[in-house]
Design a protein around this ligand. Sequence first.
Ligand code: ATP
Length: 257
Amino acid sequence: MLDFLNFNFLDALDIVLVAVLLYYIYKLLKGTVAINIFIGIALIVLIWKTTQALQMEMLSGLLGTLISLGAIAILIVFQPEVRKFLLMLGSTNFTSKRSFLKQLKFLKTEIHTNMDVETIVKTCKTLSSTRTGALIVLERTNNLDFVKSSGDKMNAEVNQPILESIFYKNSPLHDGAIIIKENNIIATRIILPLSNKDLPSRFGLRHRAAIGVTEKTDALCLIVSEETGKLSYIKDGEFVLYKNDTELIETIRYDLN
Ligand SMILES: Nc1ncnc2c1ncn2[C@@H]1O[C@H](COP(=O)(O)OP(=O)(O)OP(=O)(O)O)[C@@H](O)[C@H]1O
């Protein structure tokens, strides 16, 4: 009993580290079906720890075995998510105060992104009306340096005329993808990693590239099809459905936070 009351700095650090770890896992799985599995696992672990503390030998032994076997199964089933999680940890720039604080933004109740999503979506609609192909990557927490080197650096604030002129068919910059970070176009003519997913044949390299980068990182992608003019929004390697432009803007704003 006295042991329990003996709460020191290391215990506090222990709790904070577990909270940060749980947050990262939650952030990674938020909006996916895996969140329910995560909550299920968290509950089992909680029951296990409670039975251990209450010295209920049989139940805690059984749950302990279940958890250690389950860990291997989870690593196999969630291999892409585990990869993304490690990439997110690896690409967190702890030396930059601003970036570090950004990682801790979950502590704030209200979060704002300064990316002008409305202008980006509006431009995509204009491009889609003229059947101009476009591929826009919206960077989030994962660093996209590994693809940036394939293209050209740029530093221009997001605005419709610039976006339109980049993707204009005769523009030297129209090929490949562009990357937008915060509210700046930071790179053009990017070659993205292609996904190996089975896709309907109507989707070519542009769509495969958008799926590829969103599978490997937490970036978001907007694609305007040159063939059909259709505007697609891709997150986590999947097409996200939306009813209208307003809903699309809201969804992107929500996903950016
Ligand atoms: N790996 C890549 N990374 C970035 N952009 C790419 C990549 N591969 C192709 N692209 C872009 O996609 C264009 C070719 O698109 P393609 O017609 O194969 O795709 P699509 O998915 O059918 O799109 P659309 O509906 O616009 O035709 C290229 O001109 C290039 O700009």
